[in-house]
Write a protein that binds this ligand. Structure first.
Ligand code: GAP
Length: 472
């Protein structure tokens, strides 16, 4: 049995097996909008629930939140998004195509011999992080180094690079003047910071404690792509973990472990496909003291999966200054009052879903089949119920009703048993319950194990408990 990673294969499989496909397809789609189909939506829900279970349900010092997507625009002034949440954009005047200048420059650096010395001597840049260079230098390097249009492979006619704000704007009222401008949130985090005083008052939590939130966020990415890796609309799962200011680095290290363990132990992602990458000093966001990315080995190379940032007290202080509300914490034991520091493990649910699918993608050369080898707890459908022959469908439907109280099941009576098993294997349903009348009369059904393909007789009265034990 071998595993191969290929982006186009996963795109095809996701489409054909009801996981993810282009949104509004009957109107030729909308660039980079994706819909999560019957299995994709369940898979997304499972990953989200496992995350909530691990980081909220199983912790005594974590709570959850669901803040509004639309927030008072002052939020984004205080957080720095109005002035600072942008990427360097460059247009090719010949084709009117837009690109992220820093990304094209990163590609250039990869292909230069001794890039560090060459760029330092020629352009006086002191690092290999183009995002941190001035716009003038980015434009100059693009032009002087003859960076080609990556889409056409043709010589360029580059405009000056300029900053492009990634927030989606909309307006709240019928009139369309600037006073009505509001934004679709580009991250869920700010909802947690803004609600910090309320959460503190109502939850009676003591520091250290954290707030977890799952929700939609939007970014007007200049170059989205790689299927669902970089999209303009996505679901974010964020935790803000508040700590004493002098304990931030300790907590940061702890969260790196927590997130890694979740990926490997809960989602079953292979360790060798994951690595930790600490951000260089000049790569850190304006609010960060330390940031580590957990990277995944995507078919197109290593890329970010989960960011774990030490955001210091930047956000709470910024909102305190802007709103004039007190954001401090009073420690009743030490009688100290301070603004907590915060550790932020932030991951995009949709990107996590992509990594989970890529990791589960398996080619079984021996049996000439391809399937998604999910952990049972992750699998979108847990049990597949089928009558041996169609005419005992009513009995099998009774079993379906009993099991669907506890598990996501599918009922299937179409085609030969072999074909139905094959359909079930494709999406890697962990258990298959086969109903035949002689077994049923004795109060039993046959359960087929996906992995070993072995079959076992199980009592109908004990079936739910039997499965629960094995799906933990
Ligand atoms: N609140 C912090 C924050 O939003 P970020 O580094 O911008 O931080 C965190 O994003 C995570 O979100 C990344 O690790 C990555 O998983 C994911 N991500 C960022 N932009 C994305 C996009 N356009 N599409 C999908 N996932 C994205």
């Amino acid at each position: 049995m071998t595993t191969k990673l290929n982006m186009q294969d996963i795109v095809n499989l996701a489409k054909n097996r009801w996981f993810v496909y282009a949104g509004s397809e009957i109107y030729w789609g909308l660039a980079n909008a994706w819909d999560y189909g019957p299995y994709g939506s369940l898979l997304k829900e499972n990953i989200k629930n496992l995350w909530l279970k691990e980081f909220v349900q199983k912790k005594t010092n974590m709570v959850s939140l669901d803040a509004a997507i639309l927030m008072n625009p002052q939020t984004w002034v205080a957080s720095g998004h109005v002035w600072g949440f942008s990427d360097p954009l460059i247009d090719d005047k010949k084709t009117n195509q837009r690109f992220r200048a820093d990304k094209l420059l990163e590609d250039l650096i990869e292909n230069l011999d001794d890039a560090e010395n060459y760029l330092k001597e020629k352009y006086w840049v002191n690092n290999l992080v183009p995002e941190s260079w001035s716009l003038e230098i980015q434009t100059k390097v693009m032009r002087d180094e003859n960076v080609l249009n990556p889409e056409t492979g043709e010589p360029w006619d580059w405009t000056e690079a300029k900053q492009f704000n990634l927030m989606f704007r909309t307006s709240q009222w019928v009139t369309d003047d600037s006073s009505s401008t509001i934004y679709l949130r580009p991250e869920t985090a700010q909802g947690i910071f803004v609600d910090f005083p309320n959460i503190l008052r109502t939850s009676r939590k003591k520091i250290p404690f954290g707030v977890a939130q799952v929700g939609k966020a939007f970014r007007n990415e200049i170059t989205p792509g790689n299927f669902i890796f970089r999209t303009r609309e996505f679901e974010q799962m964020e935790i803000e973990y508040f700590v004493e200011p002098w304990k931030d680095l300790e907590a940061h290290a702890e969260w790196k472990n927590n997130c890694m363990n979740f990926l490997t132990n809960t989602l079953g992602i292979e360790k060798e496909n994951l690595k930790l990458r600490d951000h260089e000093q000049d790569e850190l966001s304006h609010y960060s003291n330390a940031t580590t990315d957990i990277e995944y080995k995507y078919p197109f190379g290593w890329g970010e999966l989960w960011g774990i940032a030490d955001r210091t007290d930047f956000d709470l202080k910024a909102h305190m200054a802007e709103s004039k509300q007190d954001m401090s914490y009073f420690d009743p034991v030490t009688n100290r009052k301070y603004i907590p520091y915060v550790i932020e493990p932030s991951v995009w649910l949709t990107r996590l879903l992509l990594a989970t699918m890529l990791d589960a993608y398996t080619i079984d050369e021996e049996n000439n089949r391809t399937y998604l080898k999910f952990e049972p707890r992750v699998a979108p459908i847990k049990v597949w119920v089928l009558p041996v022959v169609k005419k005992i469908g009513d009995l099998a439907k009774e079993i379906f009703s009993q099991l669907s109280e506890d598990f996501m099941c599918e009922y299937d009576e179409v085609g030969s048993i072999g074909k139905r098993y094959a359909r079930m294997d494709e999406i890697w349903v962990p258990f298959c319950v086969t109903v035949d009348s002689s077994n049923y009369d004795e109060g039993n059904v046959t359960v087929r194990h996906r992995d070993s393909m072995e079959q076992e007789i199980v009592k109908i009265s004990e079936l739910n408990e039997w499965l629960r034990e094995r799906l933990k």
